[in-house]
Design a protein around this ligand. Structure first.
Ligand code: 5GP
Ligand code: ZN
Length: 120
């Protein structure tokens, strides 16, 4: 898939609409169009990386910052783990064997009362 046609590259650039909850120079987060949980947000790097299996050694700092952003986002969304029953789930699907549908790296952030419809 070319980057010009990549769905999430087009969402990141604003060419396609999305319900954005966060963006900075490197990452964008927006609500999943087909939520599997009461809160279901996707976090993507602006850089086109197809999947976890396509990472290059140079991507390691970006991935570190992406995971830091997951924590920050969870806080912003009010689902961070602060004790008791609080918290959220982070999912990366990779390849057909992992249920990946969109080949632009993304972290699913899921939270809220279950049961969830998928990725539970
Ligand atoms: P994957 O299965 O690749 O891990 O997850 C892709 C996710 O992207 C799915 O949960 C799906 O609902 C979501 N998705 C697919 N197309 C769109 C879209 O156009 N907009 C938004 N916001 N989410 C999408
Ligand atoms: Zn892309």
């Amino acid at each position: 898939m070319s980057q010009e046609k990549c769905l999430f590259c087009r969402i990141a650039s604003g060419e396609l609409p999305s319900k954005k909850v966060y963006e900075d120079e490197e990452f964008v987060a927006f609500h999943d169009i087909r939520p599997a949980a009461p809160l279901h947000v996707l976090l993507i790097p602006r850089k086109h990386i197809a999947s976890l299996s396509d990472l290059k050694p140079d991507d390691a700092p970006l991935l570190g910052r992406m995971m830091m952003t997951v924590g920050k986002l969870a806080e912003q969304l009010g689902v961070a783990y602060t004790g008791g029953e609080t918290g959220f789930r982070t999912v990366f699907n990779t390849g057909p064997g992992g249920g990946q549908e969109v080949y632009h790296l993304h972290a699913h952030i899921l939270a809220g009362p279950g049961p969830w419809s998928r990725m539970g």
